[in-house]
Each structure stands twice: as structure tokens, then as C-alpha cells.
Ligand binder design. Structure first.
Ligand code: NAP
Length: 283
């Protein structure tokens, strides 16, 4: 497994396993299968409702804790944000049954992000979160957060897939020392991604599936990917992307699929800010 080195020296696997939309009752089995398939990076969130099941799978795996990289995420907090963020973190840690996480992400760029970030900075200094970062931050908000705080986010986890490639955002993050991580790397199958003619053709040239081409393309760009699947055969397929390389022409051809906009929703859309920003997750 390849790794990336985050801005504070922490090593992060470039490919991991995401558990969004895996029901809690299915999550322990799925994560156990993913760990058996070789995944060492797990991506969950308080908002996914499956941290306990992730923790059970981790603890029963027998894999040394230092070989695993566990990410969870802070949901938008009511005031006082700093106090509530710490409480939310402690709840997540207790649900996971761990004594630290490797990466703690602010899930949404909403609410008192500065109060939330200060709590996260403290958790990082105390070693409870080995790295801290954000998700769904567009460059304007990211720069402002960097300028007005001590610790620069190690990671920004954003929608990144062949139809929304984020190359300019990646350049900006690279300049600022922020690692890009893709969510929805397959666009959850939207736009018929898995039967896309261009991606299928490239796959045929390597004897690889569309899913493998997409993950290889992310890895070659230096983007950390966390595909989700509840099926063991797909978990194995999705991690099997380190034995081939896309050519420069193939990488260039894939850029033509970029639409430059989200296939899900824009985090700057007022209706979405209103809906997501008011949603609360039971801590
Ligand atoms: P995704 O990984 O783009 O797509 C998952 C879908 O692809 C599932 O329907 C899965 O079906 C299918 N699939 C997986 N492997 C496949 C393969 N080899 N061939 C064909 N189909 C395949 O979607 P995602 O789960 O939304 O994103 C990945 C992770 O990013 C999440 O799990 C979560 O950890 C994170 N995320 C973060 C945010 C955020 O706001 N920070 C938002 C969304 C997601 P099966 O399960 O049936 O195989």
C-alpha cells in the first residue's frame, strides 16, 4: 500500500474504505471483510451512525492499532461550539472503543467553524487526534480557516471523481500543504460511471474494471480515495490497483470527463446550507 505524508508528518494510506450508507447492522461484517482484504484506512463519521460497528470490527480484527488509520468526523455543533465539539469527539471515541483516532475531520463548513476548529486543535495537541482536517471546504473558506488559526488542516475531504475532478482545488491545497481526499470517488455510480465508454475502453487496455481505472486515476493524481462497497468481491477489486499504471495519454483523456460541478449538491447553495446546517446528530 502506498502512503501520503500529511503536513504534520503523519502517514496515511492512499486508499481506504468508506462506510457511508452502510447500515449499522451490516457495518461490522463489511469492515471485517475490508480489513481481511487488506484495507487499513477506515472512514466513518458520527453522522453515519455506525462508529460502534466500525470499532467492533477494528477491535476483533487482531490487527495492531498502529497499523490502522481510523478517521471519524465531527458534525455541526450548537453553541458553545468548542465545548460541544470536545463532547462530540469523546462520544465518537467511546463508540469506536479506541483511545485515539488518526484523523478527525470537521464534516461540514457550517456553524461556528472557528470554535469547532479550536477544539480540534486541542485534541490534536493532546494526541487524541493524530491529525485534524476538514471536509467539503471550498477554497475560499479553506484559506480563511488557514489564515485565522494555528494548525493548518492536514486533509480536505471533498467530492472528487471523473465528472468533478477538482484539479485547480488540488493545486491550491498542495500549495497550502493540505492533502486532498476524494469522497464519492465513483460518484456513487451516477452518470453511468461504471459503464462509461471512455473509462471502459481504458480498462480493457489494462485488463481492469472501470472501478479500478477510476481508483488508479485518483491514486496517480495523489488523491486519497475511500471507495465504499458492501460486497467482498468488490472490496478486493477496488484495492487491486497497484499493479498497473495509466499512461499520460489515458490520464489526459480522463480530464475530458470533467463537468466542473458537483453531481450531488453545492455546499454553497443557500438551501443546502439551511438544510445541512440545521441538522443535528445525536451525540
Ligand atoms: P462511492 O464510493 O463513490 O460509491 C459507492 C457505490 O459504488 C456503492 O453503490 C457501491 O455498491 C458501488 N461500488 C463499489 N465498488 C464497486 C465496483 N467495484 N463496481 C461496481 N460498483 C461498485 O460512494 P460514497 O460511499 O458516497 O463515497 C465513498 C466514501 O466517502 C463514503 O463511504 C464515506 O466514507 C465518504 N464520504 C464522505 C462525505 C463527506 O461529506 N465528507 C460524503 C460522502 C461520502 P455496493 O456497496 O453494493 O458494492
Amino acid at each position: 500500500m502506498q502512503h501520503v505524508t500529511l503536513n504534520n508528518g503523519v502517514e496515511m494510506p492512499i486508499l481506504g474504505f468508506g462506510v457511508y450508507q452502510i447500515p449499522p447492522e451490516e457495518t461490522e461484517r463489511a469492515v471485517s471483510e475490508a480489513l481481511a482484504a487488506g484495507y487499513r484506512l477506515l472512514d466513518t463519521a458520527a453522522a453515519y451512525g455506525n462508529e460502534e460497528a466500525v470499532g467492533r470490527a477494528v477491535r476483533s480484527s487482531g490487527i495492531p492499532r498502529e497499523d490502522l488509520f481510523v478517521t471519524t468526523k465531527l458534525w455541526v455543533q450548537d453553541a458553545p461550539a468548542q465545548e460541544n465539539a470536545r463532547r462530540a469527539f469523546e462520544t465518537s471515541l467511546a463508540k469506536l472503543g479506541l483511545d485515539h483516532v488518526d484523523l478527525y475531520l470537521m464534516h461540514q463548513p457550517y456553524g461556528d467553524v472557528y470554535g469547532q476548529w479550536r477544539a480540534m486543535e486541542d485534541l490534536n495537541r493532546e494526541g487524541l487526534a493524530k491529525a485534524i482536517g476538514v471536509a467539503n471546504f471550498y477554497p475560499d473558506r479553506l484559506i480563511d480557516l488557514i489564515l485565522n488559526n494555528e494548525i493548518t488542516p492536514a486533509v480536505n475531504q471533498i467530492e472528487t471523481h471523473p465528472f468533478f475532478q477538482r484539479a485547480a482545488d488540488q493545486d491550491l491545497m498542495r500549495e497550502r500543504g493540505v492533502q486532498i481526499q476524494s469522497w464519492g470517488g465513483f460518484a456513487e455510480g451516477k452518470n453511468n460511471l461504471f459503464t462509461d465508454p471512455l473509462l471502459s475502453g481504458i480498462g480493457a487496455e489494462h485488463g481492469k474494471s472501470v472501478a479500478q481505472v477510476v481508483l488508479r486515476w485518483l491514486v496517480q493524481r495523489g488523491v486519497v480515495a475511500i471507495p465504499k462497497s458492501v460486497r467482498a468481491e468488490r472490496m478486493a477489486e477496488n484495492i487491486d490497483v497497484f499493479d498497473f499504471e495509466l499512461t499520460g495519454d489515458q490520464m489526459a483523456a480522463i480530464t475530458t470527463l470533467d463537468t466542473g460541478s458537483s453531481l450531488f449538491f453545492d455546499h454553497r447553495d443557500p438551501a443546502m446550507v439551511d438544510w445541512l446546517g440545521k441538522r443535528r446528530v445525536d451525540a
